[in-house]
Design a binder for this molecule. Structure first.
Ligand code: PGA
Length: 302
């Protein structure tokens, strides 16, 4: 009989899915040597190589593929068991697993604060990733709830809007357009833009907005963080379309201006998403109810 631990399987599943030791270490909040050690122990126990590393790339061997398929099912079953145990103990104890897109970092922690105060026995694991990574997690049923701005079409999911998420156009405060009213959208064709990385929901929305209006989007720079984009805009590198949520912690921001562009702000929402046939834990249900009761407080002020 093989002696394999849950920890080793979790580590292997993450490496196999992400095809990277370092990304697995990051996701599991452990060091890379720990990941390597867990995988080595698993190799020894199974008695066959599971992964092959060529340069920086990780490939699954045939045994690795088999184990990957098995442990995805197994981890899900185990997760359901943990959930049942938490449910039996009641919502005073348990773990809420949320995956939220990057841009939600401006309001999700503020929202979780009062929730944790109300339910001190609940611990929360929140993964903050961009939209593409979040969809991978959703497909693998890794979390209880998912928070995003652009829910995918065609998946069997349930999604509830819970907060406004307007999209605004930002420019340096000294930009000549900052003093104009009702700027026609077509004017933006002349401006260089700073955009988020591919795979981000914001990037997807920005591309759709320009496409729908048949206006070319001149990308000057691509950056993987909303904060870096705001700094680049403040530094005069270009304009950006961002969620208004990115401004909410910074109401006195003086270096960037929200432009008065026709049709803006574009009205959008933040959604809480879950697979339609998912059995929600008591903890996850408590969080959904909490959202419905409290989000009015979080409506953006400006
Ligand atoms: P992002 O997602 O943080 O990946 O850009 C934002 C969104 O989905 O609106």
């Amino acid at each position: 009989m093989m002696h394999v631990s849950l920890r080793q399987l979790r580590t292997f599943e993450a490496v196999a899915r992400l095809k990277s030791f370092s990304r697995a270490a990051e996701e599991l909040h452990i060091t890379q040597p720990t990941v390597s050690k867990q995988i080595r122990l698993l190799h020894e126990e199974v008695g066959l190589p599971l992964l092959e590393q060529i340069g920086k790339k990780v490939f699954l061997t045939e045994a690795g593929e088999q184990l990957y398929a098995t442990c995805a099912d197994w981890l899900e079953t185990w997760g359901r068991f943990e959930q049942t145990v938490a449910d039996l103990k009641g919502i005073k104890q348990g773990r809420l697993r949320i995956a939220a897109v990057t841009t939600t970092k401006y309001f999700m922690p503020r929202l979780l604060g009062p929730f944790c105060a109300q339910y001190p026995g609940i611990d929360i694991a929140m993964e903050v990733v961009n939209r593409d990574r979040l969809l991978e997690r959703l497909a693998r049923n890794q979390d209880d709830l998912y928070v995003m701005g652009v829910p995918p079409d065609g998946l069997n999911i349930e999604c509830e809007p819970f907060l406004e998420n307007p999209l605004v156009v930002l420019a340096p405060a000294s930009h000549p357009l900052a003093r104009r009213k009702r700027i026609p959208f077509a004017y933006l064709a002349n401006e260089p833009f700073i955009v988020r990385e591919r795979g981000s929901g914001t990037r997807l929305t920005v591309e759709r907005v320009f496409q729908e209006r048949d206006v070319p989007l001149k990308i000057k720079m691509e950056l993987g963080s909303n904060e870096a984009i705001k700094q680049a805009v403040a530094g005069g590198l270009g304009l950006a379309l961002l969620s208004q949520s990115t401004l909410s912690l910074d109401p006195n921001q003086k270096e960037v201006a929200v432009l008065n562009v026709e049709g803006f702000p574009i009205k959008r929402y933040w959604y809480v998403v879950r697979p339609r046939d998912k059995q929600l834990s008591v903890v996850a249900n408590a969080f959904l109810e909490f959202l419905q009761a409290h989000v009015q407080l979080l409506k953006p002020r400006n």
